[in-house]
Write a protein that binds this ligand. Structure first.
Ligand SMILES: [Zn+2]
Length: 207
């Protein structure tokens, strides 16, 4: 650091020795921590930061640059990505963790390996006889187009079925080890399809 420069610990950037005194009295310095905290949030715009602390947007942009933050545009891209990731249905988050490339179409639908996948929720179904009351789950056939549907089970696992196996409007199945596979009118082997990720094909990278 040249002798004529001083480094401000609060704002984490250097300025000329001459400008330092004036800097310590400035809004930027006094609100340095606040500005930094705001800049660290990708989903706030420079304009909004400017409005909150009474600086111009251009000044915030300059500060962000000096403080080493990404430009407004890339912050916005990060923000959009983050927001989509947060909104993404759990099935797609899990798929990504398993190495699948997920092309989101909406919160609950995405292409994975060229297959149209959707997520739905399975609910406990009261079968009527108390000893089985807690072992049957109810699923409904989605009314939208899909190739694969993943129903989220209450324990966090997924029942993953290809469209060919969804010839029902609503049905029940038993996710637990038991002789009873479902209700009398609808017994099937869906338990074999719990966590059947192989239906999605091969992940892009193996884990
Ligand atoms: Zn400072």
């Amino acid at each position: 650091m040249p002798n004529s420069m001083r480094y401000c610990q609060t704002c984490r950037f250097e300025l000329s020795k001459r400008g330092f005194k004036r800097h310590t009295l400035s809004v930027v310095h006094r609100k340095g921590k606040l500005i930094r905290a705001m800049l660290e949030r990708d989903c706030i715009t420079h304009a909004e930061i400017a409005r909150r602390i009474g600086l111009t947007r251009e000044r915030v942009r300059q500060l962000a640059q000096v403080m080493g933050f990404a430009t407004g545009r890339s912050r916005h891209a990060i923000c959009r990505m983050e927001r989509r990731r947060k909104e993404m249905a759990e099935f797609f988050v899990q798929a990504q963790k398993r190495g699948f490339a997920v092309e989101l179409l909406g919160k609950k639908s995405a292409y994975i390996n060229g297959k149209l996948c959707i997520q739905r929720q399975a609910c406990w179904h009261d079968v009527g006889r108390s000893e089985y009351k807690y072992t049957c789950l109810s699923i409904r056939r989605p009314s939208v187009k899909f190739d694969i549907c993943a129903w989220k089970l209450p324990d966090g696992r997924f029942l993953i079925l290809p469209k060919q196996l969804t010839g029902f409007t609503q049905t029940t199945f038993n996710p637990e080890e038991s002789d009873r596979l479902g209700t009398n009118s609808s017994s099937h082997y869906y338990r074999d399809y719990v966590e059947r990720w192989s239906l999605l094909g091969r992940p892009r990278r193996s884990k």
